[in-house]
Design a protein around this ligand. Structure first.
Ligand code: TRP
Length: 335
């Protein structure tokens, strides 16, 4: 599915997506998904965002300050242009009926299928934990409940989430078959068109690697990160992501913010070298984020507002989840 197809009939789609509240959102999130969500919202598509607080427990023993992280995620959403009047934002833990869907859904998948999920395998390899919890294996089924409780038919995600979406489609199909109903749609993925944005070291942008520019970082912090970015010995700037990941990452970031073609931008900087590239990147990123950061600072002072957005979202999500759960129980003959 492409965003241009959605634009032709925005009323045909109900979109659900979300994030684990583990830390501040960065530019990788912004260009990868946030930007897309704001576009969908502007088209008039119905949008729900789950703050996946239970899902943070897949690879750690305890969630670190979960309520505070949830509020900060809402802060990043609102600063980026999500309008809480139009978009429903809620946490897992505030919608009991959503979580109860996990039980019938678990009965529709096999242990072997759960064990084959490549994203889960990868997360286990990188979790740094000596044992693997049951939640790690089953969270894709919980994610199916996130998507199906509101009967979303479109899910904007990165490529790593495609196996979870496949699980969701399998569960929808099997539920409908087993209980002779057409309750659930088989949702489709909406992949971002923006290329994956690398971090300032040329690797995957991630908070834990210290190579990510947070949306809420100050201009000085942004300048420092870019100044410390990995470049290479070739003085002439070119755009060559495969052979020059560091330089090309900075070029790509600058080009995205300026709405330019990266190869053209690199040619323009050319013999200016890494110094000129970094100065340009710093100025461009800080200028691009200035309005978003100003909004963010204003909103950050109003914790009551952030909490009230989550409360209103929970109320709406609970109504939808209770209605779907009633339909599920009825289809299963459980009254
Ligand atoms: N697993 C997603 C991530 O780590 C977060 C998420 C939770 C999600 N529930 C979802 C994404 C439902 C899309 C739909 O980024």
């Amino acid at each position: 599915m492409q965003i241009e197809t959605v634009r032709q009939h925005p009323d045909r789609y109900r979109v659900l997506t979300g994030d684990r509240p583990t830390g501040p959102l960065h530019l990788g999130h912004y260009f990868g998904t946030l930007h897309n969500r704001v576009q969908l919202q502007r088209m008039g598509v119905e949008l729900l965002l789950v703050v996946a607080d239970y899902q943070t427990l897949t690879d750690r023993d305890r969630a670190d300050r979960p309520a505070e992280h949830a509020e900060n995620l809402v802060l990043d959403y609102l600063a980026a242009g999500i309008d809480p009047e139009r978009t429903t934002i809620f946490t897992h833990s505030s919608v009991p009926a959503l979580n109860q869907l996990l039980l019938p859904f678990l009965s529709l998948v096999t242990v072997a299928e759960l064990g084959r999920n490549p994203t889960v395998k990868d997360e286990i390899a990188h979790s740094g934990q000596s044992t693997v919890s049951g939640l790690m294996f089953t969270y894709p089924v919980h994610q199916a409940a996130d998507i199906l409780f509101c009967k979303a038919n479109l899910v904007p995600v990165g490529r790593d989430q495609l196996p979870h979406l496949e699980t969701t489609r399998t569960i929808a199909r099997r539920f409908n078959d087993r209980y002779a109903t057409s309750l659930f749609p088989e949702p489709q993925p909406l992949l971002s068109e923006a290329p994956l944005l690398p971090g300032t070291d040329g690797g995957k942008m991630s908070k834990s690697r210290g190579n990510a520019i947070a949306l809420g970082a100050t201009e000085d912090e942004t300048a420092r990160l870019i100044r410390g970015a990995t470049t290479d010995a070739d003085r002439h700037i070119s755009y060559d992501p495969e052979h020059r990941p560091g330089v090309s990452g900075l070029v790509q970031l600058t080009a995205l913010c300026e709405g330019r073609d990266p190869a053209e931008l690199a040619a323009e900087i050319g013999d200016g070298g890494a110094g000129a590239l970094k100065r340009r990147a710093t100025e461009t990123v800080n200028e691009y984020l200035r309005p978003l950061r100003a909004r963010r600072t204003e909103l950050a002072a109003d914790r009551a507002l952030l909490r009230s957005v989550l409360a209103a979202g929970a109320e709406r999500a609970n109504a939808v989840a209770e209605s779907t759960l009633a339909e599920v129980r009825s289809a299963m003959g459980m009254g």
